[in-house]
Design a protein around this ligand. Structure first.
Ligand SMILES: Nc1nc2c(ncn2[C@@H]2O[C@H](COP(=O)(O)OP(=O)(O)OP(=O)(O)O)[C@@H](O)[C@H]2O)c(=O)[nH]1
Ligand SMILES: [Mg+2]
Length: 653
């Protein structure tokens, strides 16, 4: 690879709806190009790309993987991405490492949600692409229909090609190029090279999207695709300059593909390999990187040593002595470099824009099964997090639960499997607890008197307390209005301590009480029997009595959700949000989709990711964030109280 000129390099990402046949097509392509000696299949679990044990078990891609092949003097680097929406982060990151794309369409199903999603992402980055209509070996395919659908949904420029170029196609090519069109209309002779050049120009500008039909199963169309990739998809020097900024100056910088230019690379993938350890995979945009040297991590402002440089063939690695612009290489055992980091020479450090990834929204509580698992879980989760920017861990301060958040139930499922397989940690997962809180609706007064004066030294504490509601979020205020020494000064903090202790567990449930002002205004004491503890207990008693009189209620966390769906779901989504006790705040058109903004209780949103997916056939997406606490409706309070351990304990006597 190290001797290939940038003009002869191709980096191609394979994207599609899940199960369209990307991984199988890549397998067929590697075999056709002689990069492998045997063609694997998904059924046998022996493809180059889907090598992880969970990918083999589930028969679908979960992570992107990197492969390479040589075709007609060109070096082709391949990034195969997963099609399931839960693993979209790997696709988005993969797009940053390539110059061209193949979008695979299952000819038996036509355009699917994942096809649209992938197309939109390619459009955002203006990545020139081929369309491969796969599974043509199957029966009952209406090719004209599928092509019509692609043209209507995506672009009139999507057109069937065959090599050598057919006369029909030549007309379309001529139409895409003004000079050629003139020649064409004048009836002047146009040679094949002119057509080829014009077609490449049109592909690079996103005017033409060549469609190739074929089958990963029978290898039909596979060599044509290889030809198409080297002839018509861009080399790194044919792509627009990459936009970055100087890490010190903050000034915009353009990075052009030059071998003798300054080093600039982006880490788009991080693999934890059972044998080599952490592998950091980067795309080099400019300059070169040699084995046994070092680089400067512009994102973290640190130097890193580089040992081996490797090119990847799925799980296999091969050492190379150097890599340069246009290449995808892996480095083992870096200390600090992470996914998304920009790599530079020390002198000219350039920051590349960060990945724009969706926020994970699907949460589950996670509980180690044994004590041993408990000891290992934090480190294991941290490692999983490091390789996956859409996976989060959080310990809820109130419920004390460990909560993991990912893109959907499949994503969570994969992480739980990996905990077991890679780190030998077994866990149980469930719906997270809602961190409800109690508060009061009105002011109330009560006396708390703790008196024990039979035998030995007695106990005496007596407090008059008034509770009043505070504004949401103000938590707690303690006011001392005791006059004339009704309670000695040194016992006032004892009373406050008692009240705070009582508030940690509300009065109806075990949830903490908040947003309360407690004013002590009277009381009495005993010269001998009064003590710190006696006044603490009096504080607890007074608080509980007053709180029960003050109309206790429950508060729940409220989220602001933004749900994006195509127009046709504009009826269903607000109705569903209403049934989740949500309040729609507004609707806004964004591109082809509508965004509904709503306030919804967290308790109603734990399964929303899967529910929205089934309501919209995968076309909907949403984000949400916490905005505050609001009152829980009475009927629901009763259910929550009945299910709370405090209530159950009282029932049991
Ligand atoms: N008949 C037929 N089946 C195919 C063809 N290509 C793929 N398949 C089958 O389709 C299924 C999905 O193939 P994959 O290669 O895993 O598809 P993918 O797009 O990589 O799927 P994800 O990684 O889940 O996004 C497998 O059962 C393949 O054997 C084809 O050309 N013809
Ligand atoms: Mg796959």
């Amino acid at each position: 690879m190290e001797k290939v000129k940038p003009e002869l390099k191709r980096s191609i990402v394979f994207v599609a709806h899940a199960q369209a046949g990307k991984t199988s097509l890549v397998e067929a392509l590697l075999f056709a190009a002689g990069a492998t000696t045997r063609k694997g299949t998904i059924a046998e679990g022996n493809t180059v790309s889907d090598y992880n044990t969970d990918e083999i078990a589930k028969k679908n891609s979960i992570n992107s993987s990197v492969m390479h092949a040589a075709w007609k003097n060109h070096a082709i680097q391949i990034v195969d991405t997963p099609g399931y929406a839960d693993f979209i982060a790997d696709m988005i990151c993969g797009l940053r490492a390539v110059d061209g794309a193949v979008i695979v369409v299952d000819a038996t199903s036509g355009v699917e949600v994942g096809t649209e999603r992938a197309w939109d992402k390619l459009e955002e980055r203006n990545i020139p692409r081929f369309i491969f209509l796969n599974k043509m070996d199957k029966e009952n395919i209406n090719l004209d229909e599928v092509i019509k659908e692609i043209q209507e949904r995506f672009s009139r420029g999507a057109c069937l090609v065959s090599f050598p170029l057919s006369s029909n196609l030549k007309e379309t090519i001529a139409e895409s190029d003004d000079a050629l069109l003139e020649q064409y209309l004048d009836g002047k002779e146009i040679d094949d090279d002119q057509y080829k050049k014009a077609l490449k120009g049109a592909v690079l500008q996103g005017k033409i999207f060549p469609i190739i039909t074929g089958s990963a199963a029978t290898d039909a169309g596979v060599k044509e695709l290889l030809d198409g990739i080297v002839e018509y998809l861009p080399s790194p020097v044919e792509r627009p300059a990459v936009q970055g900024k100087g890490s010190d100056s903050g000034e915009p910088e353009e990075i052009v593909c030059k071998e003798d230019g300054p080093l600039c690379a982006l880490v788009f993938k991080s693999i934890s390999d059972p044998f080599v350890g952490q592998l950091t995979v980067m795309r080099i945009f400019s300059g070169r990187l040699d084995a046994n040297t070092g680089f400067y991590n512009a994102t973290r402002g640190t130097k890193e040593r580089v040992g081996n440089l490797m090119v990847l063939q799925g799980k296999e690695q091969r050492s190379v002595s150097s890599a340069s612009c246009g290449d995808i290489v892996a480095v083992a055992k870096l200390r600090e470099t992470m996914l998304g980091d920009s790599i530079s020479d020390s002198k000219t450090s350039i920051l590349l824009p960060p990945f724009v990834l969706p926020e994970p929204v699907f949460s589950s509580s996670i509980k180690p099964k044994t004590r041993q698992d408990e000891e290992k879980i934090s480190e294991a989760l941290a490692k999983l997090c490091a390789g996956d920017p859409t996976f989060r861990i959080n310990r809820d301060a109130q419920t004390r639960e460990l909560v993991i958040t990912g893109m959907g139930d499949q994503h969570i499922d994969v992480m739980v499997r990996r905990l077991k397989e890679r780190y030998h940690v077994e866990v149980a997962i469930g719906t997270p607890k809602v961190p409800y809180k109690e508060t009061i609706k009105r002011a109330a007064k009560a006396q708390g008197k703790h008196k024990k004066q039979s035998g030995g030294r007695g106990q005496y504490g007596d407090v008059w307390l008034e509770l009043a509601p505070l504004e949401r979020g103000k938590d707690f205020e303690f006011v001392d209005e005791v006059v004339g020494g009704a309670i000695p000064r040194n016992f006032i903090p004892s009373v406050e301590k008692g009240i705070r202790r009582a508030m940690a567990e509300g009065v109806m449930t075990t949830f903490p009480m908040v947003d309360v002002r407690a004013t002590i205004y009277d009381g009495s004491y005993h010269d001998v029997d009064s003590s710190d503890i006696a006044f603490q207990i009096a504080g607890v008693l007074a608080f509980r009595k007053a709180a029960l009189e003050a109309g206790p209620i429950l508060l729940e966390p409220i989220m602001e959700a933004e749900v994006s769906v195509p127009e046709e779901f504009m009826g269903a989504i607000p109705a569903d949000l209403n049934s989740r006790r949500g309040r729609v705040l507004g609707v806004e058109a964004r591109g082809k989709s509508q965004t509904i903004k709503a306030l919804v209780p967290l308790a109603e949103m734990f399964r929303y990711a899967s529910d929205l997916r089934s309501m919209t056939g995968g076309r909907g997406s949403y984000t949400m964030h916490y905005v505050g606490y609001e009152e829980v409706p009475q009927k629901i309070i009763q259910q929550i109280v009945a299910a709370n351990p405090r209530h159950k304990a009282q029932e049991d006597g």
